[in-house]
Design a protein around this ligand. Structure first.
Ligand code: ARG
Length: 271
């Protein structure tokens, strides 16, 4: 199995907090250790650097506690960047901050016409885009994604509010392999997933409940929440090398490793 060098965008959780609740994981009355959140995030960044990946950083903005979840900052494929439009007003101001970063980095910019939460709901597998809807990204934005990027878009209907973004219910392991939680999808979407990926790994509810599917693969190494032990064992059986990361504090906002990581595909510097 070959690892592909990745170029990622991340945002330090300098202003991270759980001040509001826009998904079932968030409880503003529960304690969050902000310093530990930063150390855990640093560990994630360090892991990517040790694997030989490139990590770009966008400046965090005070008053935007969820900005650490860079996956929601855009969708970047073939040097084109589509900016985002958040469902919730609490996150709205993150969109221009990320957009400005993409523009300065030289990506060809596209603006969303509908709610679109970026790579949280849009995952490239081989030459197809899987696009989630049901909670955040609007179904209408899937047509725009297809028009902008020119990849066939396959709609995935999410049905469990705990798995509100596609990247909490499904992870892309390589160009033809995914792992997912079947229960997070509508019957029709499950049938589509079975048809497209007969060899997919099925995660258990226990794995999904620790955000185990919020994983980042380079085709060989899979970085995933340390608590997702069953999923890690299944991945190792298939020949992947797993690296467990503890992001306990960010999970209190409903995010894991993938949420903190946006893939920059073929900007000027690398692929
Ligand atoms: N608190 C954030 C929200 O609800 C978490 C975002 C997680 N990001 C992701 N790509 N799943 O929007």
């Amino acid at each position: 199995m070959d690892a592909t060098r990745q170029r990622f965008l991340m945002c330090r959780p300098t202003y991270f907090a759980v001040d509001y609740a826009i998904n079932p994981w968030m409880d503003p009355t529960a304690p969050v250790d902000a310093d530990l959140a930063i150390r855990q995030w640093e560990q994630l960044r360090r892991t990517y650097l040790d694997l030989g990946h490139e990590v770009e950083l966008v400046e965090p903005v005070a008053g935007l506690p969820d900005m650490v979840f860079a996956a929601n900052g855009g969708t970047v494929i073939d040097g084109k960047a589509m900016a985002v439009q958040f469902r919730d007003p609490q996150r709205a101001d993150e969109a221009p901050a990320y957009r400005a970063w993409f523009e300065a980095a030289g990506f060809e910019m596209y603006d969303p016409k509908h709610v679109n939460e970026g790579e949280g709901d849009v995952l490239l597998v081989g030459d197809h885009l899987l696009a989630g809807t049901g909670f955040r990204t609007a179904h209408a934005s899937h047509a725009q994604l297809q028009e902008v990027f020119g990849y066939p878009v396959i709609t995935m209907q999410l049905v469990d509010p705990r798995f509100y973004h596609l990247d909490t219910a499904l992870t892309v392991l390589d160009e033809r392999t995914v792992a997912y939680l079947p229960e997070a999808f509508s019957p029709g979407s499950r049938a589509v997933l079975r048809r497209l990926f007969p060899d997919a790994i099925h995660a258990t509810m226990a794995d999904a409940e620790v955000l185990g599917l919020n994983a980042v693969s380079d085709g060989r190494h899979v970085v995933l929440p340390a608590q997702a032990t069953d999923l890690a064992a299944k991945l190792r059986d298939r020949g992947y090398e797993t690296i467990g990361i503890d992001l306990s504090e960010l999970r209190k906002a409903g995010g894991g490793p993938k949420c903190c990581t946006l893939r920059l595909r073929q900007g000027k510097a690398s692929k």
